[in-house]
Design a binder for this molecule. Sequence first.
Ligand code: ADP
Ligand code: MG
Length: 247
Amino acid sequence: MEIQIKDLKVEVEGEEILKGLNLTVKEGEVVGLMGRNGSGKSTLAKVIFGHPDYEITHGDILVDGESIIDMDTDEIARLGIFLGFQSPNAIPGVSLNNLIRTAVHAKDPDGKMENAIKFIRRLKSQLGDLDLSEEFVNRPVNENASGGERKKLEMVQLYNLQSKLAILDEIDSGLDIDALKQVAETINNINQEKGTGFLLVTHYNRLLTHVKPSKIYLMADGQIKKSGGPELAVQLEEQGYDNLIAN
Ligand code: ADP
Ligand code: MG
């Protein structure tokens, strides 16, 4: 699978946020998207999933060559694309167990459901790998969870959904050093075991030193201003956005 953003222009409340953005991510590939606050990174993530606040005025979003901009959010998810939110919301009344089991079933309604006890055992072991308490299995998703715990819970959801492409919006924000390593390891495992492609939105090179992207895009003012290999993230940390983008 390949997602291609083509000359995308997006407005919110009459103001243009994305101003002709081009970017491609293929299954199996790890790509970093960096840019300072307000450059439009989360807007891109939300617009891919058809968020109703954002109006596409120009360009297209293609998955394997087919436009997805008229599709509903659940249809886009069913294609095998995952969004890890910058600030995941709590979902009162819905346990993690229930959410993931229901989502897995919705993706493959004809597939055989895994035995519930085995499923929960696997979920607990995944929580353990991320240093999360087993109690999260039955707690309402993200309720009373810290920012870092919520980010880890996004990873548990992704792990189970077998997505082809995952867009993770600042998955590293709110994580301490150990948690960052655990999340990076989870990304690497999913990438290697399942061949999932990643678009990693981040401010910091630190995550990218653990996951080794093949490509980095630098975004400013609603456009990709520069792209390159992993060295770009290092240069960015040393030189800052202004120097890098002006050059
Ligand atoms: P980033 O994720 O790169 O920090 P965002 O995509 O969140 O940036 O925001 C880009 C710009 O769009 C910001 O100036 C932000 O205030 C504006 N913006 C994003 N979403 C909305 C919205 N729903 N309503 C009004 N302004 C928005
Ligand atoms: Mg953002």
